[in-house]
Design a protein around this ligand. Structure first.
Ligand code: KG4
Ligand code: ZN
Length: 334
């Protein structure tokens, strides 16, 4: 019955979670609102706020789980990829805690953890499965052969899907992070109101920079003709952008699933909170007779529960790291 304390601090959420024998007992997430004024995450501010939030987040996670710090068996933490200063706060806390309590340390890859969030709860995918991981910094189609045996078969050559959402929302004058706001406005809009191009990229790779530029020019040209174009058509613009981004992602995922002959299909990462994408994948899987795995909302965006469940499986494998471990801004799948 391993008791794992997990820490996530790769970007702008400070999160702590406690997992006992693979069951998540708490998942505390402290969001940072300070970045809203800047239109994006300011790394230096993010690490300072992590420093303020980390101890209260861990205390609350232990309290919610009703677990005493003396009962913890290992400390899992996000080692990368992410903002180096932000990672450093979580890594340093995990190392200090482990040193003080003489506990083993487990390093976790944030992108693998997004995928392993599917092992929280009873509805688990079967290996091998395909996972479309879409976040603010990454867009990947991953062939998941085992908990820690993952192969990226396609990824973005430029912007990530979340970045395309966030940049579009910036063009529309909406605050950061824009993805959830595009989602909100899209619900009352017509997804077929405007057509944006689908890039023709070989294989399972993606590109979102052309779509982003097309959206930028479309808005610029229409605002030149009608200064109120955005206000008058916000819902339709958001619905059309959301539909285009979702279809780009799902068309590739569909081809990969067909060509690899895989029937368990999963979605992960912050953009998997998007309503249009969730509905699109649900419909695709229903149509194809595939098994669909979509995380609960609380496990889509950054959270320590996914670090805890990944830590649980690494603990079972006996894979630990020493006190010399350092964060990695870029971290390949190990
Ligand atoms: O995984 P995540 O929380 O952080 C990273 O590891 O990057 O993903 C954050 C991204 C942001 O780009 C955010 O705008 C997007 O996920 N996002 C959404 C939604 N919720 C979060 N995008 C579209 N619709 C949403 N509902
Ligand atoms: Zn993430």
């Amino acid at each position: 019955m391993p008791v794992i304390l997990a820490i996530e601090s790769s970007c702008d959420e400070t999160s702590a979670s406690v997992c006992v024998d693979g069951e998540i007992l708490s998942n505390v997430i402290a969001n940072q609102t300070i970045h809203e004024a800047y239109g994006g995450v300011v790394p230096e501010l993010a690490s300072r706020v992590h420093q303020q939030n980390i101890v209260p987040a861990v205390q609350q996670a232990l309290l919610n789980a009703k677990v005493n710090k003396n009962d913890i068996d290992a400390v899992a933490f996000t080692r990368g990829p992410g903002l180096l200063g932000s990672l450093l706060v979580g890594v340093s806390f995990a190392k200090a805690f482990a040193l003080a309590k003489n506990l083993p340390l487990i390093d976790i890859n944030h992108m693998q953890a997004h995928i392993l969030a599917h092992f929280i709860g009873d509805h688990k995918p079967t290996f091998p499965f395909l996972c479309l991981t879409v976040s603010g910094g990454h867009t990947q189609i991953v062939l998941v052969k085992d908990h820690f045996d993952m192969e990226i078969i396609g990824q973005t050559l430029d912007d990530a899907a979340g970045e395309a959402m966030d940049k579009t929302s910036k063009i529309l004058g909406l605050p950061y992070p824009g993805g959830p706001l595009i989602d909100k406005h899209a619900r009352s809009g017509n997804p077929d109101a405007y057509k944006f191009p689908e890039p023709q990229i070989p294989g399972y790779n993606f590109s979102f920079s052309g779509v982003k530029t097309a959206i930028l020019y479309f808005i610029r040209d229409n605002v030149a003709k009608n200064p109120n174009f955005i206000q008058e058509n916000l819902a339709d613009i958001c619905a059309s952008v959301e539909k285009r981004i979702a279809t780009i992602l799902l068309n590739k995922l569909k081809r990969a699933a067909e060509e690899y002959g895989i029937k368990d299909i999963a979605l992960a990462g912050g953009v998997s909170a998007n309503t249009g994408l969730r509905e699109g994948l649900t419909n695709l899987c229903a149509d194809k007779g595939w098994n669909c795995f979509i995380p609960k909302f609380e496990y889509c965006t950054d959270n320590a529960a996914m670090i805890a469940i990944a830590g649980h499986y690494k603990y079972l494998k006996g894979e630990f790291v020493g006190q010399e471990v350092a964060p990695l801004a870029r971290m390949p799948f190990g």
